[in-house]
Write a protein that binds this ligand. Structure first.
Ligand code: AMP
Ligand code: GLY
Length: 424
């Protein structure tokens, strides 16, 4: 099989690493890829969200199967374009991808399907949004409707802060068209956990629970990032709870989408807040999380590509997936300054030594890296994801940090407390 993976992050390196293990894979392309994917397959210098260019490449190279890593190609309709061309694509159509691409679409479908979520209202004018906020009081959450690279959510502690967020999004158009509509919702308190399921029509295969660490600094302080580390499983959502959770937050959405004529296919990821009143959905994503994908795939046994294929062929109910009983953890090494401004071009070394800390139990997935003149250098905010398996979370954590300490790169940093929350 000739496979194309879209994207350039640590998630895509993990996908390429896993998919390449399938003996039926005769060619593996990653567009645009990174320094790590270059050693798993062939990087192609194409923007993953340029649908016409991607489709031309698919036809030219006779690709048999497409795996979009990030949300943007899905939101822009890569799955519809593939379907029209008769090429299987592991991901939902453009309509269903609005679960991630539009917060108002997502909240409305949650309400219609009876999924627990924070109470909310949707606004298309700043005056009405502000009146609602003044009446509601703080804390309150303001969300830009469209994709805003993870920056479109403001959890406002005061009314003033919430009003400013509306001005930024709707007045100053900080996120362009993505902020023309805003969702305003109640602030929830609790612990967050990621629940990802492989779905097709009404069939659901839950993946093990995972917990991301979105804040830039230790103790969940500093600005939100794409994710500074993750581990799986997350004790707050134990395996015995997966099926009940799928009944609560996944299957109702699948039924509604089917009723609307857009049965879901791919990964449905529920970002949950476990509150004192029970689990509530904060958001849906329609793809693997990054960095959650790295520990998940480190634990995955068996053939991911075969399961993805079964999903696109309407026979997900005929396959199963198993996972190593160990805990996996991923510590992200980021550029100093990320998610703000940062330098690039720093030389990276020590990856082999890091992986030898515990052979077979450590994998350094690459994200913002490139190979320049034969040398590996940094080129993004999140640069590496040092991922380790251990008999317990504590073991996995120690191995990952021992390995991370052996990576040499100037002007980089990582959180020292990934996994601590689950140990407390
Ligand atoms: P989202 O993109 O909707 O997941 O929001 C990003 C982050 O904002 C989440 O991971 C939460 O940490 C926070 N957040 C979103 N919605 C709420 C809410 N209703 N209450 C409290 N925090 C929230
Ligand atoms: N790590 C969160 C996400 O991928 O959206």
């Amino acid at each position: 099989m000739r496979i194309l993976i879209l994207g350039s992050g640590g998630r895509e390196h993990a996908l390429a690493w896993k998919i390449r293990q399938n003996p039926d894979v005769s060619a593996l392309f990653i567009a645009p890829g990174n320094g790590g994917t270059a050693s798993e397959g062939e990087n192609i210098p194409l923007a993953d969200s340029d649908i016409p260019a991607v489709m031309a490449f698919i036809k030219e190279k006779k690709i048999d199967f497409v795996i979009p890593g990030p949300e943007l190609p899905l939101v822009k309709g890569i799955a519809d374009a593939c379907t029209a061309a008769g090429i299987p694509c592991f991901g939902p159509d453009k309509y269903a991808a609005q679960l991630e691409g539009s917060k108002s679409f997502s909240k409305n479908i949650m309400r219609e399907s009876g999924v627990p979520t924070a109470d909310f209202a949707v606004f298309t004018t700043a005056d009405e949004a502000k009146a609602y906020i003044r009446n509601h009081g703080a804390p309150v959450v303001v969300k830009a409707d469209g994709l805003a690279a993870g920056k479109g959510v403001v959890v406002a502690k005061t009314v003033t802060e919430a009003l400013e967020a509306v001005d930024d999004m709707m007045g100053k158009k900080a996120f362009g068209a993505a902020g023309e509509t805003v969702v305003i919702e109640d602030a929830l308190v609790g612990e967050e956990v990621s629940f990802l399921c492989i779905c097709e029509d009404e069939t659901v295969i839950p993946l093990p629970s995972a917990q991301d660490h979105k804040a830039a600094y230790d103790g969940d302080t500093g600005p939100n990032t794409g994710g500074m580390g993750a581990y799986s499983p997350a004790p707050i959502l134990p395996e015995t709870a997966y099926d009940g959770m799928a009944d609560l937050v996944i299957r109702p959405i699948l039924r509604t989408l089917k009723k609307r004529g857009h049965p879901f296919r791919g990964i449905l990821y529920a970002g949950l807040m476990i509150t004192k009143d029970g689990p509530m959905v904060l958001e849906y994503n329609v793809r693997f999380g990054d960095p959650e994908c790295q520990p998940l795939l480190m634990r995955l046994e068996g053939d991911l590509l075969a399961v993805m294929k079964a999903c696109t062929e309407g026979r997900l109910d005929s396959v199963t997936l198993s996972h190593k009983p160990e805990t996996a953890i991923c510590v992200v090494i980021a550029a100093e300054g990320y998610p703000g401004a940062y330098d690039t071009g720093m030389a990276i070394s020590g990856l082999d030594t890091a992986e030898k800390v515990s052979p077979g139990k450590v994998k350094v997935f690459q994200a913002g890296t490139a190979v320049a003149e034969g040398k590996l250098v940094a080129k993004g905010g999140r640069i590496l994801g040092v991922t380790a398996l251990g008999a317990t979370l504590r073991d996995a954590q120690k191995t990952a940090y021992d390995a991370a300490a052996l990576v040499t790169m100037e002007k980089s940093r990582y959180r020292k407390d990934i996994g601590d929350k689950a140990l407390r």
